[in-house]
Design a protein. Structure first.
Length: 133
């Protein structure tokens, strides 16, 4: 593999890692906004969703360009396909975090609803699974 290919793969990995970190943060902050009835934190989550959306498009673009120009070997092809699928999953998780945040804003004008006791535990499990990805 030549230097340009290695550099492209490293850039793809770092972009995917950045997207993963932003998604994890969005999920954690959305749950925190819900638990604390914090509309300003919810607004931050919503505002950050477009960055995650752009990163998914960037990753898909990088994958397509790499596949089209490098004629990758099987190992690299598997990495490209995995990166594209992971990016898609991360984007869906970020969309769910945004939905939670939007609900926090919608409920912000109402009296705070009690948060189900199991929600914090489910949030811990979800973020742990996201870290393992």
């Amino acid at each position: 593999m030549n230097h340009a290919s290695e550099e492209q793969l490293a850039t793809l990995r770092s972009t995917l890692l950045r997207m993963s970190n932003l998604t994890l943060s969005a999920l954690q902050r959305a749950v925190q906004a819900l638990n604390e009835h914090n509309p300003s934190l919810a607004a931050e989550v919503i505002a950050g969703d477009n960055v995650i959306d752009r990163l998914e498009m960037e990753i898909d673009d990088r994958v397509v360009r790499y596949m089209a120009t490098r004629a990758p070997i099987a190992k690299d092809s598997r990495l490209m396909l995995a990166a594209s699928k992971i990016a898609s999953s991360l984007e869906r998780i970020a969309d769910q975090a945004t939905s939670i945040a939007r609900n926090v804003l919608a409920l912000g004008k109402e009296a705070p609803l009690p948060v189900p006791a199991s929600l914090p535990h489910m949030a811990v499990l979800a973020t742990a699974m996201l870290r393992m990805q």
